[in-house]
Design a binder for this molecule. Structure first.
Ligand code: ZN
Length: 684
């Protein structure tokens, strides 16, 4: 293959630099990565070989310009490897993982480069830098130091070896999980076993089964988290038990997809790496460069919330047990697989709301156009038009062009809604192209969800949870789309992990906002709006089941901390289940009826994603979120004025200034925790 035939080696000529996925074949990726590595190293060598003294321009600006080819290839590839990891792509990913880690280390641990960075850093007060430039100097210095640039050569060698092993192991973890999740999808022989599911869900399950050659059967595929939406509706207890058992078993069976030894080794190597970098634990090393600062600050927050959350979950369980005792001919103690089902019964009895009966009002296209896009137009004036002429990486991924009120282009938004076997679980946003003034790039961002494909010719009716996920992920998308930074280092969602969930959580506030809800929640056949009484009751249920939801989240957040607070001496363990039980008992959240949102063996956020020792981030940023929701309420809600302020002071700055400073700039003061406690019913 010659360079001229590899479409990744030239900038794309498609609008906004969208990669030309129709021309890109799997065999193009590795050679393009190779070329990207080499070019990047040449660019770095040019920086370090400059004879004159280091300046902002010849060091930092040059650094920010470097690696453009590699960025382009990596963004194009990792978009595909998450959302459409065919066996061919998986194999490339595996080969690539250690190469990528080695390349990153080669740059971060480059001695002459670090020397130049430090020279400029030490003179920063004397240089005429604008605030973004100054923050760039501080961040690069901090990040390189944090990653080991100040270590001696022997230690750097050890560090590089650890990073490469870790990148291979995290890759193995993700591949095992994807394969085990597919293997453990639950097959039912008859529709009667799934009594309670809607016709649409049954035909989706029949279609999934047929796709695997199981004609006439029904296949329930598993989401990433422990629970399953179908548990709320399935009347047959044994079927619920089978679904829950399959979900909990992922990655922990004695087979080739066993993630237990993989995660133990990850934990051990991370502790070793942290020690090499001068920290007591991986958690200490991670939080040192987050807004939280220390694992103790995280622990304090989690413990403060755990006791009231567990108490509320206990009260919720009593209500579920009462219904079981009243309505079941042979009552039984409520177990994990019963929780969602009887919670729905309590919800119906107490608030007269049946969540699954709401689905006809949540047709996906209406939710997107008349809900998600509509709210963004009201707040920010931006408009969305589908570009059917543009093809992304999969036929299921749709491309929308985003424009400002004056018609000027903002970027592209790609939506990939449906689940497939080649897509990893969960929902996420990532950039395909990052915004940067220096490089002259506009953002292209993608949202991925895992909504089951409806039966042939049937509409996609979302659950309220799926509606929430779409609004949430779109909040991340806006963060990426609205970036107005100069340096690519700071684009959009390139902020601290314990800050990044804040804008996405804020965007969830528009789901039940009267003007928005009335616009999108229309019956898909009749066009009738939701009954105002139902809406009233929906709002009343916002703190409902929060004991359970908060407990399962906190349990996972604490598990993540517990694993990653281990020192090198403490990390040589062999019993995953025993460790989990001890950690959860320690924080008062060990309750088999309320399993953790992710067990360790399928906790992708922390063992293969970017959230190790940082899963606490969701509740950490929810403090800012709840405080911001209050601000919108105080200031008239869904208005352009409010939207513009949020966009300008928070979303647009991306990571280009201290996030808590940006928050103060927007809010007029620091965040307060009370709104969060109130929202989750933890204040009494
Ligand atoms: Zn998120």
């Amino acid at each position: 293959m010659t360079d001229a035939t590899n479409p990744l080696l030239q900038p794309s000529t498609l609008p906004y630099g969208l990669p030309d996925y129709r021309a890109i074949k799997p065999e193009h990726y590795l050679p393009a990565f190779q070329a990207g590595f080499e070019e990047h190293l040449r660019e770095i060598a040019r920086i370090t070989m400059v004879r004159s003294m280091p300046t902002f321009e010849n060091t930092f600006e040059a650094l920010e310009r470097s690696g453009e080819l590699l960025d382009r290839v990596a963004h194009a590839f990792y978009t595909v490897s998450s959302a459409d990891a065919t066996p061919e792509i998986q194999a490339i990913d595996e080969q690539l993982a250690p190469l990528m880690a080695a390349h990153q280390d080669a740059i971060t641990l480059d001695g002459p480069l670090y020397w130049r960075v430090r020279q400029v850093y030490e003179q920063r007060d004397a240089l005429a830098l604008d605030p973004e430039q100054r923050y760039l100097v501080e961040r690069h210095h901090r990040e390189m130091t944090h990653a080991g640039a100040a270590l001696d050569d022997a230690a750097k060698e050890q560090l590089t070896a650890l990073n490469q092993k870790l990148s291979t192991l995290t890759n193995t973890f993700e591949r095992n999980l994807l394969n085990d999740t597919n293997d453990l999808a639950v097959v039912f022989d008859s529709a009667s076993e799934l009594d309670g599911l809607s016709q649409g869900e049954l035909s989706a399950a029949a279609r999934s089964a047929a796709d695997r050659g199981l004609d006439g059967k029904f296949l329930i595929t598993l989401p990433l988290f422990t629970g399953h939406p179908a548990l709320a509706q399935t009347r047959v207890r044994e079927s619920r038990r089978r679904i829950m058992a399959a979900s909990l078993a992922r990655g922990s069976r004695d087979n080739t997809h066993d993630n237990r030894p993989v995660l133990l080794e990850i934990v051990r190597l991370r502790a070793e790496r942290a020690s090499l970098l001068g920290y007591d634990s991986h958690a200490a090393s991670v939080t040192a460069d987050e807004t939280a600062g220390t694992p103790d600050a995280v622990e304090q927050m989690l413990r403060r919330l755990a006791a009231p959350a567990a108490r509320n979950a206990l009260a919720e369980r009593a209500a579920l047990q009462a219904i079981v005792d009243e309505t079941e001919p042979t009552p039984f103690p409520v177990e994990a697989h019963d929780w969602a089902f009887y919670t729905e019964r309590v919800r119906t009895a107490r608030y007269d709301i049946d969540s699954s009966a709401l689905r006809p009002w949540f047709e996906a296209e209406r939710v997107l156009q008349d809900g998600v896009f509509f709210a963004a137009t009201r707040l920010y004036g931006v408009t969305f038009s589908e570009r059917e002429d543009l093809v992304a990486y999969h036929p299921g991924a749709r491309v929308f062009e985003v424009r400002d009120p004056d018609g000027s282009p903002v970027g592209l938004y790609v939506l990939d809604l449906y689940t497939r076997d080649s897509k990893r679980g969960g929902a996420w946003m990532n950039a395909i192209v990052s915004q940067s003034r220096l490089r002259g790039t506009a953002p292209v961002v993608v949202n991925n969800l895992n909504v089951p494909l409806p039966g042939e010719g049937e509409p996609t009716l979302l659950t309220l949870d799926e509606v929430t996920t779409l609004f949430h992920e779109f909040g991340h998308a806006l963060h990426g789309l609205f970036a107005t930074v100069t340096y690519p280092h700071f684009a959009g969602t390139n902020v601290f992990r314990d800050f990044v969930e804040f804008p996405s959580q804020v965007n969830e506030m528009w789901i039940l906002w009267p003007e928005v809800l009335d616009n999108y929640a229309r019956h898909h056949e009749t066009g009738a709006p939701l009954d105002p009484a139902v809406i009233e009751r929906l709002r009343a249920t916002e703190t409902f089941d929060q004991g359970h939801a908060t407990s399962e989240y906190l349990a996972a957040a604490w598990l993540d901390q517990a694993w990653h607070r281990l020192s090198v001496e403490g990390a040589g363990l062999d019993d995953v289940t025993g460790f989990e039980a001890a950690a959860l008992t320690d924080i008062g959240l060990h309750d088999p009826a309320v399993p953790t949102r992710y067990s360790s063996t399928y906790f992708a956020h922390v063992f293969s994603g970017g959230y190790s020792a940082a899963y606490y981030s969701y509740i950490w940023s929810e403090v800012l979120d709840a405080d911001t929701v209050d601000w919108f309420h105080e200031n008239g809600g869904l208005t352009r004025e409010n939207g513009d302020r949020f966009r300008e002071r928070l979303l647009g700055v991306g990571g280009s200034k201290d996030p808590l400073e940006a928050y103060r700039d927007f809010r007029g003061r620091d965040a307060e925790i009370e709104p969060l406690l109130k929202r989750r019913g933890l204040d009494s």
